[in-house]
Design a binder for this molecule. Structure first.
Ligand code: CP3
Length: 323
């Protein structure tokens, strides 16, 4: 999950020195520094690259901006005509600064700290491209997907191609594992799920593994509940990220025999801190510790989080996670 960010004063200091969020993503020494900041403080077993899922629309030709307090703003694409001029061909030229970030981070991390690269899954990235930002109902995306399936598939294919290249570039630069964020997977109607979520994810994983055999993937299709098991089986992920809504004992029983599980402390438990936070962490640990398990949150750290709470949690987990 998001590990760097506004909850850290040292991140806010660096953020002030650049005029836009994307500039931060595209300035390797700064992006490497903010990637490593939480590692210095909390000593987790893995770092997640500092970038964003919306560098892909930016790389293929869409205008993307991040405004303070508003979130991402994109010039929306609403039909296949709006894709004219977009291309995945220059993805890795445009995103070369991110690969440089990966190299710089790798050079700074100890050998026993893994670096997780990532990208957004095509469905979730498409929602931002089509809605023009965050959405409540995804009305434009869902109507396009139903009304013009061929056109919508062209957008998904473009995203599959760009995202595959981007992830291969990250691996070549030194990423040890890859995570695919499908934050809005739960918005996909059941009859469209294979087409919009499974197929593009499966294609990206196959494309990357064709060049990087055995590359490890963590899938995070947020909020899909019992659809996680068929998602994992059909896409080929090695590990699944579970959101805070899924019971850890259910995940232990249904998912852990076949996949590593990552999750799933409620980020709001980190706001509360103290015994309430540690009790929740301990019960997740108890349920999942007997199988392949990556302790994590169920979603990203929120900006109001006191860093001392994160430090207390990390220390508790390293000490064995037991009450
Ligand atoms: O350690 C890390 O933080 C890793 C880097 C990372 C970021 N975004 C940096 C970021 C990762 C893994 C992401 C993923 C991401 N980005 C997702 C999927 C995961 C999730 O949270 O569901 C999504 C949906 C996005 C798109 C995005 N980026 C939104 C909606 C926003 C605005 C909301 C917000 O939190 O401000 C962003 C901005 C963003 N991406 C920030 C960070 C640290 C905050 C920007 C700032 O500094 O002001």
């Amino acid at each position: 999950m998001r590990q760097a960010g506004r909850y850290l004063p040292e991140y806010r200091e660096i953020r002030k020195t650049v005029s836009s969020f994307l500039d931060l993503c595209y300035t390797p020494d700064l992006a490497a520094e903010v990637t490593v900041q939480p590692i210095r403080r909390f000593h987790p077993d893995a770092a997640i690259l500092f970038s964003d899922i919306l560098v892909i629309p930016d790389a293929i030709g869409q205008s993307v901006k991040f405004s303070e307090g508003v979130g991402p703003q994109l010039e929306p694409v609403r039909s296949v005509k709006d894709l004219a001029g977009f291309s995945s061909e220059k993805t890795n030229v445009h995103l070369a600064p991110v690969f440089e970030t990966v190299r710089r981070v790798k050079a700074q991390l100890a050998d026993d700290v893994a670096l997780i690269g990532f990208a957004g899954a095509p469905w979730t990235v498409a929602t931002y491209m089509i809605e023009g930002g965050t959405s409540r109902d995804f009305a434009h995306t869902k109507t396009w997907a139903r009304a013009d399936p061929e056109g919508f598939d062209q957008l998904l294919s473009l995203l599959v191609a760009a995202t595959s290249d981007y992830l291969i570039g990250q691996v070549e630069a030194g990423a040890d594992a890859l995570q695919l964020f499908d934050t809005w997977a739960s918005a996909v109607p059941a009859d469209q799920f294979d087409r919009c979520v499974i197929a593009p994810t499966q294609q990206i994983i196959a494309n990357v593994r064709a060049v990087k055999p055995g590359m490890k993937f963590i899938g995070f299709p947020r909020g899909i509940g019992p659809a996680l098991a068929p998602y994992a089986a059909k896409t080929g992920v090695d590990a699944v990220g579970i959101d805070s809504g899924m019971s850890p004992s259910y995940a232990a029983e249904i998912l852990q025999p076949d996949y590593a599980v990552q999750g799933n402390l409620d980020p709001m438990a980190l706001l509360v801190g103290g015994d309430a936070m540690l009790d929740s962490a301990a019960s997740i640990f108890a349920a999942l510790r007997n199988g392949p398990f990556i302790f994590n949150l169920g979603h990203g750290v929120v900006p109001q989080t006191p860093p001392e709470h994160v430090a207390a949690l990390a220390e508790f987990i390293r000490a064995g996670g037991q009450r």
